[in-house]
Design a protein. Structure first.
Length: 132
């Protein structure tokens, strides 16, 4: 069921699972959240991805770089660039090492937006020097 949702064809299933977990006491684990957030990413539903990420602590589910990366990609695809930076900062504040792809998304967003402060922070996190 989750693998179908992950492909993006049934992203509504992810919303249903999160809501059901709140009312029934059903526990979602990291694998479930990864599939759900990936489904939202594939369906370009960045607000849903943020909702899912926000519900992880209530399930005692620790953050992981893979699920955060899907959230970052969903926000980037939805042109919600400010949320890319919020997620990136949340990742760093929780001592989660971002995947290279997550860093690249945030770096590209900061470059496109002319946000040198973020660009410098991200470049430092990646060990990359600015060439301009």
């Amino acid at each position: 069921m989750l693998s179908t949702a992950e492909k993006g064809s049934c992203w509504e299933l992810g919303i249903g699972l999160i809501e059901k977990s709140k009312t029934s006491g059903m526990r979602l684990d990291l694998i479930s959240y990864t599939a759900i957030v990936t489904a939202f990413e594939n369906a370009e539903r960045w607000t849903c991805a943020l909702h899912a990420l926000g519900s992880m602590p209530s399930q005692s589910c620790l953050p992981h770089n893979v699920v955060f990366t899907s959230g970052l990609l969903a926000c980037s695809a939805g042109q919600a660039w400010e949320h890319v930076f919020v997620l990136f900062q949340a990742l760093r504040s929780q001592d989660v090492t971002p995947e290279t792809s997550a860093l690249m998304v945030a770096l590209m967003e900061s470059e496109q937006r002319g946000l040198q402060g973020y660009h410098a922070l991200l470049s430092q996190a990646m060990g990359v020097e600015r060439t301009r």
